[in-house]
Design a protein around this ligand. Structure first.
Ligand SMILES: [Zn+2]
Length: 194
């Protein structure tokens, strides 16, 4: 039997826990560098995914990007229905079915080794339902960007059979168009001269 050093997170280990020492992104498991094998120092303990990380340039984490999203704060992209006007007037109609508003936000940035990334979230508010919840939140690569997210959620909002007014439908279409255009533009900008 030949003695061989087992490196933490290395190819001898059944799990892959090799991450960039700076940004924490996943690194591929590689065979130990023979020099490090001799010194017994794991080449993974201080592995970096890229030059910027090696130099210690700050790379935003997925968590911090997700936390910076604020769809329900700025209400730039929203789709939904409400009977607020009727409620304010004290008028009750067959449309008196409460309210439902889906709000969207995204952030695009370039990661030094993972490429252009998109963080996004969906916050749904319903005063009549008494909740404001983040129902979807994720970080994806730019080629998997959720361009049709507002349309998808408009579909969910229409599922319960509440009739949307013409204006609400128009606003939903408008939200979808702006979202898609702004997201594409942000991705193109982040890609820069690629
Ligand atoms: Zn890194």
């Amino acid at each position: 039997m030949t003695y061989r050093t087992t490196y933490p997170g290395g190819p001898d280990e059944p799990w892959d826990d090799t991450v960039c020492f700076s940004c924490g992104c996943d690194l591929p498991d590689e065979d130990p560098d023979p020099e490090n094998g001799i010194t017994g120092v794991s080449p993974w303990w201080e592995g970096y995914c890229s030059e910027p990380c090696r130099k210690g340039e700050p790379v935003p984490t997925d968590e911090s990007q997700l936390k910076s999203l604020d769809a329900y704060g700025h209400l730039t992209y929203t789709t939904g229905y409400s009977d607020e006007e009727n409620d304010a007037k004290g008028v009750y109609t067959e449309r008196d079915m409460g309210d439902w508003l889906a709000c969207f936000d995204f952030k695009v940035w370039k990661h030094p080794s993972r490429g252009v990334l998109v963080a996004f979230h969906v916050v749904v508010n319903s005063d009549s339902g008494g909740f404001t919840d983040t129902l979807e939140s994720s970080v994806v690569e730019a080629d998997k960007a959720p361009f049709s997210l507002p349309d998808y959620w408009t579909g969910i909002g229409m599922d319960d059979g509440t009739p949307w007014t013409e204006q609400e439908c128009k606003d939903a279409n408008d939200c979808q168009e702006r979202w898609e255009a702004d997201l594409r533009e942000a991705i193109e900008q982040a890609k820069g001269g690629e």
